[in-house]
Structures are given as structure tokens and as C-alpha cells.
Design a protein around this ligand. Structure first.
Ligand SMILES: *Cc1c(COP(=O)(O)O)cnc(C)c1O
Length: 350
């Protein structure tokens, strides 16, 4: 079996609530900094000192514990390549993915030569700790954890992460914190991260900061863990626009907090709507809500799309029959989503 990231349609008009993007655009200060760029800033290979320093300060990590990447996706690929070095095709290393999960983990680990082992979810999407522990053995070289999870928005308890890192002591434990800005607690700066040098934390500027189009991610870990990744990654992987924008994005905390507030209010609005419709949903620590409409999930996704409201059909993932994932971004747009949902879901009942 091979794993691939299936490209998702990106319609140019309508409400794009299917990719967890920041629906508020980026900081106006970031936009101004890009408008002010000069010819030489474009024509020369960029310098990363200011961007690296700004991100390290914003995340509260020493410079040597941070690697910037071309989107966290590039970090995921690099981690996969590093973890699978030395594997033999006859006796491959294993990569463990608790599902449902971001498709890139299995795709990249598979490409790097891993045997991918999927651990199915609990019915309520709580973290399957004991089954994860049972799955990890000496051939396990890479374990993927997403905290908060995409697509469910659920949090992995700290002691579960710690037990996994202990059990998989010969593996890289990658903790993807793409959504931690919105909820949950980052491992960065925690004693747990100091105790477990085999953990690498992933962060991104695509979601809370609204820089998905600029492609910036960050890997945080011990210098010894980052050294092999540094060798794998190309030297000029962050483009000049991203390098200029990052210090500004880190400075403009007003924009960042405005957006977090919008997301918070949007989630409350969606919960209300889903309660009224009698749908099942899971309280989310991320910038999206995962919901189930028994018997009509995919039909509702299609009916929303016909109204140019795009949400993500996740019904084909393990344990996710009739489930969809909806971005909770700017409140005005969420109101449009809620109104459309009420229309199409009630249409089903009549
Ligand atoms: C969006 C997302 C990423 C990718 O982020 P980029 O920085 O845009 O590459 C990584 N992990 C998860 C879980 C995501 O949802």
C-alpha cells in the first residue's frame, strides 16, 4: 500500500472553510512590509538572521533549538527522511500514525521508506494510548502525534505524550502543534521536552498568523535532534518575502490575538448551530470544528458546496463516517456557514 497526499480543490470564489486557513488574511503590517520590498531584496539570496531571531524569541527557544522550514510540510518530510536513514528494504523501519491524521505523515514516511502502521481511533476520538504503546517496538523509528489533533480538534494528555516518548526512546516522536495557538498547551518550554530529547515539536505560521501563502514552519528540538535535519534541508528554503514578513508577524500580536478571539467566538457559534441541528460534534481546541451528521454527512458537504460554502468531507477516514471538518475563522463568515448549514441540514429532515 502506498500513501499519497490527495490534492484538495481550492476554489477561487466562495467561502473556503475546508483547509483550516486563516480566513482573516494576514496582519496589515505584514502586508505593508511586503509592499515596501526593494529589488535587491528580491534578487539576492535572503539572510535569515532577523527572521530566525524573531521566531526564536516569539516561541521562547534558544536559537540553536530552532529550524525554520518551507512550511511545516517541509519539516515533516525532513523528519521522515532523517528517521528512516539506514533502513533496509527487506527489514524496514516503522512509522506509527494514530488516525485520523494529517495525510502528510503517512505520505512522507512512506516515501522515505517506512512501513506505515496506522492505529485506529477510539469511538470518541480520545487518544488511543494503550494501543499506541502496544504498537511501538524496536523497529519503530518515527511516531506522529498531533496536538491538538487535525481533524478532530482533540488534545493528547501530557502524560500520554511522555509515556510514548519513553516507550519509543529509540525513535523520533514528532509532536505537530500546528493548531496549538488556538488551544491546548505547547510542549515548548516545558520540563517534559527537556526530559525527552527524542521529541521534535512542529509549529507553523500558516494558521494563526495567516501566512500559508508564504510557507513558513518551525521545528523545535534539542541541537542533537536538529543536526541531521539541518543536513537534509536546503540552505535557502525560506523565500525572501517570508524572511521579511516573519519579524513583523511576530511583532503584530494585536492581529494575532484579534484572530484568536474571532476563532473562539466562531466555535461557540458553530456549537450552538450544531446543537440546534442535533448533530454530533467534538469541542475543538483548534480553529475548526469536527461534526457528524448521521446518514447525511457527504450529502450536506455537497449541498454546502452548491452554495459555494466549502467544508471538508472526512467521512472516508477511519472511524469518521458522516463526518466533516469546518474552519471556524472570522465570525461574519461563520454566520454565513451556520445559516447555510441550517438550510441544507433541515432540507434533509423534510
Ligand atoms: C496545516 C497543517 C500543517 C502544514 O502547515 P504548513 O506550514 O502550511 O506546511 C502541518 N500539520 C498539520 C496538522 C496541519 O494541519
Amino acid at each position: 500500500m502506498t500513501y499519497e497526499y490527495e490534492p484538495v480543490a481550492t476554489p477561487s470564489s466562495g467561502l473556503r472553510l475546508h483547509l483550516n486557513e486563516n480566513t482573516g488574511g494576514c496582519s496589515p503590517m505584514v502586508l505593508a512590509s511586503l509592499h515596501a520590498m526593494t529589488g535587491p531584496q528580491i534578487s539576492l539570496y535572503p539572510d535569515y538572521e532577523a527572521a530566525h531571531g524573531a521566531v526564536a524569541a516569539r516561541l521562547g527557544v534558544p536559537d540553536e533549538q530552532l529550524l525554520l522550514t518551507n512550511g511545516l510540510d517541509e519539516g515533516i518530510l525532513a523528519v521522515s527522511l532523517a528517521a528512516m536513514r539506514g533502513a533496509s528494504p527487506h527489514d524496514p523501519f516503522e512509522s506509527v500514525v494514530p488516525v485520523p491524521a494529517f495525510d502528510m505523515y503517512a505520505a512522507c514516511a512512506d516515501t522515505a521508506g517506512a512501513r506505515v502502521v496506522l492505529v485506529p481511533p477510539e469511538p470518541d476520538f480520545s487518544f488511543p494510548l494503550e494501543r499506541m504503546i502496544d504498537t511501538i517496538w524496536e523497529r519503530t523509528r518515527l511516531v506522529w502525534l498531533t496536538n491538538p489533533n487535525n481533524p478532530t480538534g482533540q488534545i493528547i494528555p501530557r502524560d500520554a505524550i511522555s509515556r510514548i516518548a519513553d516507550t519509543a526512546s529509540g525513535a523520533i516522536v514528532f509532536v505537530d502543534e500546528a493548531y496549538v495557538d488556538f488551544g491546548g498547551e505547547s510542549l515548548i518550554g516545558s520540563a517534559l521536552l527537556d526530559r525527552h530529547p527524542n521529541i521534535i515539536v512542529g509549529r507553523t505560521f500558516s494558521k494563526a498568523y495567516g501566512l500559508a501563502g508564504l510557507r513558513v514552519g518551525a521545528l523545535v528540538g534539542s541541537p542533537a535532534m536538529l543536526a541531521p535535519l539541518r543536513r537534509i534541508l536546503p540552505p535557502y528554503r525560506i523565500n525572501a518575502c517570508a524572511a521579511i514578513a516573519l519579524p513583523i508577524a511576530c511583532l503584530d500580536t494585536a492581529y494575532y490575538h484579534w484572530y484568536l478571539d474571532q476563532v473562539h467566538e466562531s466555535k461557540a457559534l458553530l456549537y450552538d448551530c450544531l446543537d440546534r441541528l442535533g448533530a454530533q460534534y467534538w469541542k475543538s481546541a483548534a480553529n475548526f470544528v469536527f461534526a457528524r451528521f448521521p446518514g447525511s454527512g457527504p450529502r450536506i458537504v455537497r449541498d454546502l458546496a452548491a452554495r459555494q460554502v466549502y467544508v471538508r468531507d472526512r467521512s472516508s477516514l477511519p472511524g469518521c463516517a458522516d463526518c466533516m471538518r469546518m474552519t471556524a475563522g472570522v465570525v461574519d463568515e461563520t454566520r454565513t456557514l451556520a445559516a447555510a448549514l441550517e438550510e441544507v441540514a433541515c432540507g434533509a429532515a423534510s
